[in-house]
Design a binder for this molecule. Structure first.
Ligand code: SF4
Length: 337
């Protein structure tokens, strides 16, 4: 049975419960800067109608890295724990990127990923995803939703849990509450093809990121078991069909693993793979962790790969220097314990 939580309530469900001013109550729940004593503060009459819990997920620990990124350990329902990463953007005032989890553990089994070593625990429910966001924002900001960018790149494969992720997006984007813009939310997938189409049909529809990491089916299947179900040609067709707004691009994430996928031939194949859809490539030098034998590429190898990609003249490219490495909060490092 679903837990009854304030964070799954919408203005219409509050109206159905007899709340006299459901928009006001929804705002008191969804806007963490209106909370008091770490939880939504409803008026006396509304509290009497609230048969749901007002307790947000509990923030258990927070560790801030030298670069300002903070790894948050959040307790959701039934004592389960997930991690979020709060990354202030130094060059743009109070702006923050918050990386959130959609599952406890992950079922996808990518061989380079620390989360995969936990196995699959369970899907988070929408109210746990919403609560994770609001608890993180309550603790560390920002103070204005326009300064918040949300990325579903924490623990879990969000498209494996698309129903609950979509419900959470609906609540987080509701202008009566936090009012996030869907253009400031990115959902990253390892490549669940049918669900990519479903994501494209959502309203509000977030931005899409695809975690590619390999340029041949053989190599990708070895790194990411999902590659056996959906070959690169099938995945590319899904990306070509994904509906994009004007000037929008699909983010292509490529984790560079030393000696595995960082050759000039890999760069050329990656460029060719992306040629048929608007894209932006995000190169992510691997972050080493204790659950893997994979190694980080040298700076020279990263530069050589980037130069080989740019020589193909097809791609906008960034190299993501991961945040929070010294507290295990960088990409692919999220694992409990
Ligand atoms: S990389 Fe993403 S999809 Fe793959 S195992 Fe890790 S969390 Fe899951």
């Amino acid at each position: 049975m679903r837990a009854q939580s304030a964070f799954s309530e919408s203005p219409s469900s509050l109206a159905a419960r007899g709340f006299r001013n459901p928009l006001h109550a929804f705002a008191r729940i969804q806007r963490p800067w209106l909370w008091a004593a770490g939880a939504p503060a409803l008026g006396r009459e509304d509290r009497a109608r609230a048969t749901f819990s007002l307790n947000p997920p509990r923030l258990l620990t927070q560790h801030t890295a030298r670069d300002g990124a903070t790894k948050l350990l959040v307790e959701v329902d039934a004592g389960d724990r997930v991690e979020a990463v709060h990354m202030p953007r130094a060059v743009s005032g109070g702006r923050v990127t918050l990386c959130v989890s959609s599952q406890v553990g992950c079922a996808m089994g990518c061989t380079f990923c620390a989360t995969a070593s936990m196995g699959f625990g369970r899907h988070l429910l929408a109210h746990e995803i919403v609560g994770q966001v609001l608890t993180s924002v309550h603790a560390l900001g920002p103070r204005h939703p326009g300064d918040l960018t949300l990325v579903f790149m924490g623990m879990g494969e969000p498209l494996h849990n698309l129903g609950e992720v979509a419900r959470a997006l609906g609540l987080l984007c509701d202008p009566a509450g936090l009012g996030l813009s869907a253009r400031r939310i990115t959902v990253s997938t390892s490549g669940l093809v049918p669900e990519i189409a479903e994501l494209g049909a959502l309203e509000p529809r977030p931005l899409l990121a695809i975690s590619i990491n390999a340029t041949t089916d053989e190599q990708r299947s070895a790194l990411m078991p999902i590659g056996r179900r959906y070959p690169l040609s099938v995945l590319r067709s899904a990306l070509e069909r994904f509906p994009l707004r004007s000037r929008e691009r699909i983010t292509v994430e490529y984790v560079l693993l030393a000696g595995i996928n960082d050759s000039a031939a890999d760069a050329r194949r990656l460029s060719a793979f992306c040629a048929s859809f608007p894209h932006h490539i995000n190169l992510i030098p691997f972050n080493e962790h204790r659950n893997t034998e994979f190694r980080a590429p040298s700076e020279a190898a990263v530069d050589a790969f980037a130069r080989a990609l740019l020589a193909e003249r097809r791609s906008v490219l960034t190299v993501r220097r991961s945040r929070g490495r010294d507290v295990g909060a960088a990409c692919g490092q999220l694992v409990l314990g």
